[in-house]
Ligand binder design. Structure first.
Ligand code: HEM
Length: 164
C-alpha cells in the first residue's frame, strides 16, 4: 500500500521535473537548512530562558513574543520545503523509519510548545505580569524536553540520508 503510493508519487510529472532539473533539490535543501537554523536558534534561546540559563533580565512573556513568530514562520517553510523533498524522492523519506521518528518528535515538540503557550496565556489573562511562579517547574521541564526534541529532530533529519 505504502509502496504503491511511493511508486505513484515518484512517477508523477511534478516529481519527474524536480528530479530532472538539477538545481531544484539543492536549492530546496538550502532553504530547508536555513529554516532549520531559524528554528534551532529561536528555540535554543527560548528554552534556555525557560531553564533560567539565558536572558534572565527579560520576561518569559517578552521572549515568547520575540521568538514564537520566528518558530511558526520557519516551520511553515520547513513543511513546504520538506514536502518538496518528499515529492522529489518519496522512497528516501516515506520508506524510512527514521523519518517517521522525526515526524513524531516534531508533532510532540509542537504540542509541548502549544501547551506551554496556553499556560503562559492563562497566567497573563489572570492578571500576572509574566508566567506565574507556581509554573516555574513546568517552564523548566518544558525547556528541557523542548531542547531535547528539537535537537533530536535535527539529528533524525540528518540520519535519513544514512538509514532506510
Ligand atoms: C513538516 C516538516 C518537515 C518535513 C516534511 C521535513 C522533511 C525532510 C526531508 C524529506 C528531508 C530530506 C532527507 C533526505 O533525503 O536526506 C529533510 C532533511 C532534513 N531535515 Fe527536515 N523536515 C521537516 C522539518 C524539519 C525540522 C523542524 C527540522 C529541525 C529543526 C528538520 C531537520 C532536517 C535536517 C537536519 C535534514 C538534513 C538536511 C541535509 O543534510 O541536507 N526538518 N527533512
Amino acid at each position: 500500500m505504502l509502496d504503491d503510493f511511493i511508486n505513484w508519487l515518484g512517477a508523477t510529472p511534478v516529481s519527474l521535473v524536480i528530479q530532472k532539473v538539477f538545481w531544484i533539490i539543492p536549492t530546496v535543501q538550502t532553504v530547508h537548512i536555513l529554516a532549520i537554523s531559524v528554528v534551532l536558534s529561536s528555540m535554543a534561546m527560548f528554552d534556555l530562558r525557560l531553564l533560567g540559563l539565558a536572558g534572565m533580565r527579560n520576561s518569559i512573556r517578552s521572549f515568547s513574543r520575540r521568538f514564537m513568530p520566528w518558530l511558526w514562520g520557519a516551520l511553515i517553510v520547513l513543511a513546504v520545503s520538506g514536502s518538496i523533498l518528499i515529492v522529489a524522492e518519496p522512497k528516501r523519506a516515506l520508506g524510512n523509519v527514521v523519518f517517521l521518528l522525526k515526524m513524531c518528535m516534531l508533532a510532540t515538540a509542537i504540542i509541548v510548545t502549544l501547551g506551554f503557550q496556553t499556560v503562559l496565556k492563562r497566567d497573563l489573562a489572570s492578571g500576572s505580569a509574566d508566567l506565574a511562579p507556581s509554573h516555574f517547574t513546568v517552564a523548566k521541564i518544558t525547556g528541557l524536553l523542548s531542547l531535547a526534541l528539537w535537537v533530536g529532530i535535527a539529528v533524525a533529519g540528518r540520519l535519513i540520508a544514512y538509514t532506510g
